[in-house]
Design a protein around this ligand. Structure first.
Ligand SMILES: Cc1cc2nc3c(=O)[nH]c(=O)nc-3n(C[C@H](O)[C@H](O)[C@H](O)COP(=O)(O)OP(=O)(O)OC[C@H]3O[C@@H](n4cnc5c(N)ncnc54)[C@H](O)[C@@H]3O)c2cc1C
Ligand code: FES
Length: 266
């Protein structure tokens, strides 16, 4: 656990903010896909922390990119430069080392770009980022990915930026145009529905698909079982695993989605 000082805190775009924390004991250890568990100042139930992916990290600082969705993240918007914040991390398994013989395809929904940006910034090769959201203000960091040399493909449900539709439509179009050209490896972060649809594509095209699950968390360290998910084991059996400690990244074929659970019970 570390107490970090807020170096800066600013709006990135409507609804999304960037928080830069001084964390010299945590930041150098960070691997892409890991997260920090943050105690939010002024939150009534102060013992409960909130998990956030690490968006950027260097030797001294780490940055999170977050959306205000409820009580905790609303109070987080009030944190000021110089204020102390308690931090646990880096937590979770992180993404595996990318296979450099495969073109990386990153698929992000909303703030899901955060861990994918750290991953892209440390990759040996560039690839394609598919980024989706409800409307144009949910499209984040496209400039940053382009500056790294990535091909950025945007989809919005209302058509206000990029193609109109789901981010998987853009991925499907890419797959149709690149069929058999080069093997791909998928890395995705976003809401469950998106992750499940991306996982189905990974299986159909016989690609590896690394999905970062977004679960409500308690302790963040494997003790409370608030975050469990059914995971298919190598021998075919299904076990509950902890998203905070065994994940948050799982391969598409391992994840037993809720409906699948219900189907299996019928
Ligand atoms: C590994 C991990 C990484 C994350 N990274 C980021 C990030 O980089 N940026 C970011 O903005 N958010 C991220 N989140 C989500 C973030 O933790 C939640 O938005 C936050 O905990 C909400 O707290 P709150 O008190 O504002 O919301 P609450 O008042 O607790 O809830 C408000 C609403 O958000 C829903 N909600 C709460 N937590 C989650 C969750 N984990 N997933 C989906 N819905 C939720 C609730 O059901 C409710 O509808 C991440 C979550 C996980 C598990
Ligand atoms: S949040 Fe407590 S075990 Fe995962």
């Amino acid at each position: 656990m570390a107490v970090s000082l807020v170096r800066s805190h600013s709006e990135k775009q409507a609804g999304y903010r960037e928080l830069v924390l001084e964390a010299p004991t945590i930041a150098p250890l960070v691997r892409p896909g890991q997260f920090v568990h943050l105690r939010i100042p002024r939150l009534e139930h102060r013992l409960l922390r909130r998990p956030f992916s690490i968006f950027m990290a260097d030797q001294d600082t780490l940055t999170i990119l977050y959306k205000s969705v409820g009580t905790g993240t609303q109070l987080l918007t009030q944190v000021e430069q110089g204020e102390a914040v308690s931090l646990l991390g880096p937590l979770g398994n992180g993404f595996p080392e990318p296979n450099n013989d495969h073109i990386p395809l990153l698929i992000a929904g909303g703030y899901g770009v955060a861990p994918l940006y750290l991953l892209a910034s440390r990759m040996a090769r560039t690839g394609v980022l598919f980024v989706g959201g409800r409307t144009r203000t949910d499209i984040l960091c496209d400039d940053e990915f382009e500056a790294l040399g990535w091909d950025v493909q945007i989809a919005t449900e209302d058509g206000s930026r990029g193609i109109q539709g789901l981010v998987t439509s853009a991925l499907d179009a890419w797959a149709a145009n690149n069929a058999g050209a080069e093997p791909a490896e998928l890395f995705a972060c976003g809401p469950d529905g998106m992750l499940r649809a991306v996982g189905e594509r990974a299986i159909t095209h016989n690609w590896k698909g690394w999905l970062s699950l977004d679960k409500h968390m308690g302790c963040g360290m494997g003790a409370c079982l608030a975050c469990v998910q059914r995971i298919r084991q190598p021998d075919g059996s299904i076990e509950w695993e902890r998203v905070c400690k065994d994940g948050p990244i799982f391969e598409a074929r391992e994840i037993v989605w809720e409906q699948e659970n219900e189907d299996n019970h019928e």
